[in-house]
Design a protein around this ligand. Structure first.
Ligand code: ADP
Ligand code: MG
Length: 622
């Protein structure tokens, strides 16, 4: 005779709340049900180990079945099973009282990850089912099969049944509006996401022959790093992240004390330079997937990496706001950061060539990490390299040292060593470091710098403007960064010319120019080739860029611009002798030529420049 019972707490209003509240994260029901099966098998194996239960030789596994006609999704395990009393206790009473607990707390708790912790794991299946049956048989001698059933509202049925095998079978009658969960592809992808590394084989629609488990019960990250080959790491990466590019390198985390943490973090090849791709760090707890990219555990800047982290010690079933303040979680996060920094510095020291060849892919995330996390900065600051104008990668210290050395060629090895000693001393004055933010756009300045025997570093990622400011702030007084077009004197100036002549030239040039806001300056360059260059104050350019970044007014980066005319250039020299009309023409032509190698012209400027050019062409033909 089937027994009927009332569910202990008044739950009429509970299911709607669970259903609605957890709506966005419905998918997790399958994880909860499968994880319960895994728990049940683990418990059974423990009992066997203690001599309290007998093995029957069957493979420990979870079988998931879909029956579209019956509209059921079934999860079956051969774990320890439950007796009738246990079903009453764990399913009907504990779970529901756990739910009551949940109900009274949910307002404060914040919601996320609450399943399981409050004993709601099993009941999460009601998010997609309108009725659930449990068929179970305990491992205990003389145990009888038990069938439990409830529509999740407020009553349940429990009765004996003739289940033959030990274990538990959960039959979920999928609700009409959730029929996507009867789709094999959908279920398969859920298993791939949540159950990929669960410790017992999981089969979908088991047939009994040639079945292939969907999960990897021995994921590589659990192995001792000493026993893993490069090929295995790459293979694991491909399988887990579906990325066909090999990772650049990886870090295998493996520790037991003071907390347990296993995992592999991969540094992926960044596919596009401009748009930073978001990586994926998957968090597991005892091989059960919890979530992607939990920033409380993995510092946000490391989320550019791909990886798996398994951390049984994280209090996962509590809300994220709690995680944030959890000391254990903070320690774990710090440890991961340290490991990443260690790996990077290790690579820099042992295989600098490889380090530099990966630099373009990893630099953005390292710089981001520095800005976000001072600890990380202090760990990696000496291995940050910059490409110079010769394509060599140097640290700032090396770059500054080299720039100084350039004047006195190093001769003997002994001398070089001495130099290295000297370099350790802090320079008294901030070292000026020229940088290029656009190798193509600033090509003219680059060639001017090269011709003058000067060097510069390339800082052309979106993070660099911020990073440069950050460095100046962190290393106060040590470095001064100037974009290559912010100080043309350094590269071009060849001593003083006649101040009075210059003044007259400047006045005449100013009067002839259409652009009335730009400042004009005359200078004698080393070469007579270029008539003029544009010089922009570093400070106001940065100010403009910052405003642009925050979408503020005053974003115009052309403020504080100077055109420096070269008194060594024949066209400039001839300028003073021309009539007013010709001066106008020549001044603007020189202006546009200089502007062109500084930035893209606006449509209006382009039009004006073109008509200037046409006039020139006509003169030449005529
Ligand atoms: P939790 O797993 O956090 O304890 P659940 O609601 O998922 O909460 O499950 C409640 C209890 O029901 C479990 O602790 C377990 O005792 C029992 N249970 C659930 N599923 C199974 C199963 N497949 N086999 C044996 N016992 C189970
Ligand atoms: Mg559970």
């Amino acid at each position: 005779m089937a027994k009927q019972g009332n569910i202990r707490i008044s739950s009429e209003n509970m299911m709607p709340i669970i259903k609605k509240w957890l709506y966005s994260d419905k998918d997790i029901f399958l994880r909860e049900i499968v994880a319960n099966g895994v728990d049940a098998i683990t418990k059974f194996k423990k009992l066997v180990g203690m001599g309290e239960a007998q093995e029957d030789g069957a493979e420990y596994c979870i079988k998931i079945g879909i029956d579209k006609d019956a509209k059921t999704l079934t999860v079956e395990d051969n774990g320890l099973g439950m007796t009738e009393e246990e079903v009453e206790k764990y399913i009907t009473q504990i779970a529901f009282s756990g739910a009551a607990d949940f109900l009274s707390k949910y307002e404060k708790a914040g919601g996320e990850g609450i399943i399981g912790h409050f004993g709601l794991g099993f009941y999460s299946a009601y998010m997609v089912s309108d009725d659930i049956e449990i068929f179970t048989k305990s491992y205990k001698a003389d145990a009888k099969g038990v069938r439990w059933e409830s529509d999740g509202e407020n009553t349940y049925t429990i009765e004996e049944c003739d289940k033959q095998d030990r274990g538990t079978k959960i039959v979920m009658h999928i609700a009409d509006e959730e029929k996507e969960f009867l789709d094999e592809g959908r279920i398969r992808s859920l298993i791939e996401k949540y159950c990929a590394f669960m410790p017992y084989n999981i089969y979908l629609n088991y047939t009994g022959k040639d079945d292939k488990a969907l999960n990897d019960t021995q994921p590589l990250y659990l192995k001792n790093p000493k026993d893993c080959t490069d090929e295995e790491y790459k293979e694991f990466y491909r399988k887990t992240f579906h990325d066909f590019h090999d990772p650049l390198f990886w870090i295998h985390l493996n520790m037991d004390y003071p907390f347990r943490l296993k995992g592999i973090l991969y540094f992926p090849k960044v596919k596009s330079k401009v748009e930073l791709e978001r990586g994926k760090v998957k968090l597991y707890c005892n091989q059960v997937f919890i979530a992607d990219n939990i920033k409380e555990v993995i510092p946000e800047y490391l989320l550019l990496l791909n990886g798996v982290i398994d951390c049984p010690d994280i209090p996962l079933n509590v809300s994220r706001s709690f995680l944030q303040n959890d000391r254990q979680v903070q320690k774990i996060s710090k440890h991961i950061t340290k490991k990443v920094a260690d790996k990077l510095t290790g690579l820099f020291k042992t295989d600098r060539e490889k380090f530099c060849s990966c630099w373009n892919d990893i630099s953005v995330f390292i710089k981001l990490g520095c800005i976000k996390d001072e600890d990380f900065y202090s760990k990696v600051k000496d291995i940050i390299v910059y490409k110079d104008l010769n394509g060599e990668y140097k640290t700032l210290q090396e770059f500054v040292g080299k720039a100084e050395e350039g004047k006195t060629e190093e001769t003997a090895e002994g001398k070089a060593e001495e130099k290295a000693e000297e370099k350790k001393e802090e320079p008294k004055e901030a070292a000026t470091i020229y940088y290029v933010s656009d190798e193509v756009g600033q090509a003219q300045y680059i060639s001017m710098f090269k011709n003058a025997g000067l060097n510069a570093i390339v800082c052309d990622t979106f993070i660099d403007p911020h990073f440069v400011s950050y460095l100046e702030y962190k290393e106060t007084g040590k470095y001064k960064f100037l974009r290559i077009d912010a100080d043309v004197d350094a590269a071009l100036k060849a001593g003083e010319s006649n101040a009075d002549d210059d003044k007259a030239l400047v006045e005449a040039f100013k009067a002839a120019l259409k652009n009335t806001t730009i400042a004009v300056k005359a200078e004698k360059f080393k070469s007579d080739a270029i008539p003029a260059v544009i010089n922009v104050s570093e400070f106001s350019r940065r100010f403009g860029e910052m405003n642009a970044f925050y979408g503020l007014a005053g974003a115009d980066a052309d403020r504080d611009m100077t055109i420096v005319i070269n008194t060594a250039n024949p066209a400039v020299q001839a300028f003073t002798g021309l009539d007013a009309d010709k001066q106008k023409f020549v001044a603007n032509q020189i202006y546009y030529m200089a502007m062109l190698s500084y930035k893209k012209l606006s449509p209006e400027e382009m039009q004006d420049f073109t008509s200037n050019n046409m006039e020139l062409l006509n003169k030449f033909i005529g």
